[in-house]
Design a protein around this ligand. Structure first.
Ligand SMILES: NC(=O)c1ccc[n+]([C@@H]2O[C@H](COP(=O)([O-])OP(=O)(O)OC[C@H]3O[C@@H](n4cnc5c(N)ncnc54)[C@H](OP(=O)(O)O)[C@@H]3O)[C@@H](O)[C@H]2O)c1
Length: 300
């Protein structure tokens, strides 16, 4: 198969042996695979020697083969999921990818191009909200709300009965997620703008833009802060706040819920910009550009 690996001058596509599903694993024929910040970071050596050279986490496609002991999924089934093990020699930026069956859920009826941009970022929103565990009626500040994690988080938070303050870059209010209760631009002094809207501060923060201390500043005493950058130090937990960092993991039950919501139109599939796998360098360059709302998606 053709697969992308980390290269010194950027991601490179080459011919490699087909991956073989072990017990409990499935092999997916990739229909589409999103390019996410983690892929750009991997290419730039963020994980160093801890990661094999294979690139690509998110995937939508069709089950092509199953290992022993897999009875929940069968060849031919449309699925989506994401890779979260760094040791796999190849990832989803390839023609075939092998994942644990527990990391994959059916995605029948969803446009695979757009579904490919859902698993990692929507799961991050879902598991982040689980971790924050705010009761309905509380107010959540979502930073990076115009981005992939931020948009999904805002939608999922509203479904849980939370009020959402969406923080976006100055000049980006047109990219704010629909349904946010308030939109704030992150110009100088923006935590005070949040506090003007929510006197005393918000109950929780999901810091998808990695704004760190200023985001914590918008939080009420005793509130909860979640970082999605687990490799970075957490902001100092002032005023009795609780700080934690999430590493999202691919979970069939969560993915199944997300597929259900997408099917009934309660979770909007993102718009996509499509690139052939052979043009992976251009796709990575595009994904690195700020100001996008559409997801960058590779098609083998
Ligand atoms: N821990 C996990 O399991 C996990 C999982 C998924 C993602 N992540 C991480 O989550 C982060 C977001 O991922 P993503 O896919 O959502 O990326 P994305 O689509 O690029 O979104 C990031 C958003 O943050 C915005 N932003 C950056 N600086 C800002 C600022 N100063 N003020 C306001 N907004 C700002 C960006 O705006 P512009 O477009 O204008 O730059 C963009 O809208 C990344 O760091 C990613 O690595 C972590």
């Amino acid at each position: 198969m053709r697969a992308a690996t980390r290269g010194t001058d950027g991601p490179a596509v080459s011919q490699v042996p087909d991956p073989v599903p072990a017990a409990g694993q499935v092999r997916i024929r990739v229909a589409a695979a999103a390019v996410n910040p983690v892929d750009l970071a991997t290419q730039h050596g963020f994980f160093g020697d801890r990661a094999a050279a294979g690139l690509g986490w998110d995937v939508a496609g069709t089950i092509d083969a199953v290992g022993t002991g897999v009875d929940a999924l069968a060849p031919g089934e449309a699925v989506f999921g994401f890779r979260d093990r760094l040791s796999a020699a190849t990832g989803s930026h390839a023609e075939l990818v092998v994942l644990d069956a527990t990391a994959v859920a059916p995605a029948a009826g969803l446009d695979p191009l757009r579904a490919a941009a859902v698993p990692l970022n929507a799961t991050t929103g879902w598991q982040g909200l689980d971790r924050l565990d705010l009761p309905a009626g509380d107010t959540l500040l979502v930073t990076g709300a115009a981005g992939a994690v931020g948009r999904f988080t805002s939608t999922l938070a509203r479904r849980r009965g939370l009020r959402v303050v969406a923080a976006v870059r100055p000049g980006s209010t047109d990219r704010a997620p629909a349904g946010a209760d308030h939109v704030v631009e992150t110009s100088a002094g923006w935590p005070d703008a949040v506090r003007a809207l929510v006197p005393g501060g918000v109950d929780g923060v999901l810091d998808a833009a990695g704004l760190d201390a200023p985001a914590l500043d918008a939080l009420r005493p005793g509130g909860r802060y979640l970082s999605v950058q687990p490799a970075l130090p957490l902001p100092v937990a002032l005023r009795g706040t609780h700080t934690t960092a999430l590493s999202a993991y691919s979970d069939r039950a969560v993915l199944a819920e997300l597929a259900k919501l997408a099917t009934v139109g309660e979770l909007e599939l993102p718009a996509v910009e499509e690139f052939p796998l052979a043009e992976i360098a251009a796709a990575y360059a595009r994904a690195a550009q700020p100001g996008r709302t559409a997801a960058v998606v590779l098609v083998p």
